[in-house]
Write a protein that binds this ligand. Sequence first.
Ligand SMILES: [Fe+2]
Length: 250
Amino acid sequence: MNEGAGEEAATPLPGERLYFRQLLAGQDIAARDPIARQMVNFVYLIGDRVTREAVVVDPAYAPGELLDILEEDGMQLVGALATHYHADHVGGNLFGSCTIAGVADLLERISVPIHVQRDETPWVVQAAGVGRDELVEHDADEVVTVGAVPIRLVHTPGHTPGSQCFLVEGRLVAGDTLFLNGCGRTDLPGSDPAAMYESLARLARLPDETVVYPGHLYSAEPSATLGETKEWNPVLAPRSPEEWLRIFAG
Ligand SMILES: [Fe+2]
């Protein structure tokens, strides 16, 4: 079920429309960028092979290269989805030390809507340097449709107030909410450990065959089923908020 980073999904069966690519920053894009190689972010391209439309999830580091990849694939960018406001996902200043390209640079090249969770809007505006009018705000469980491919927006606060994951055809693009062997930090501005426990519990109730695609390559594998992840991921083990907070908060 796993797909190697950078490889396009296998040739679709008749009627299978999903276009889905997992790209590793520092390898598949921004290959010579030392920050990208250190941060090991994943960028995702999701689209409809019939209408040739696609969106990009977290277009950081090299927006121009992402547009080139889409063009090579014969796909047209129609929007961007942001999992959360951090610079390694949407661009901006990282730890006050360097600036990462992101949605602001993308918008200089192409005019597309940037889809964010409503609670994340002020954070994205400040961090990524984009205008509020360039963002499309969404509430929990709204659907963004690309061609005929529906992408459900799952609000998962905890790492940040408006963190969101994306569900598309049995795949969960999980941002920094759920890694294969851990979860996003809960000690950053806007973090909420108690909300993170609830968000993880919500994700854990998805079908075990759901394939988790994380926001960073922090494990040997680039993806795994939720069932597999549950077997080894310690952040999914606690059965109460009190237990989770005692072990992981901070
Ligand atoms: Fe983050």
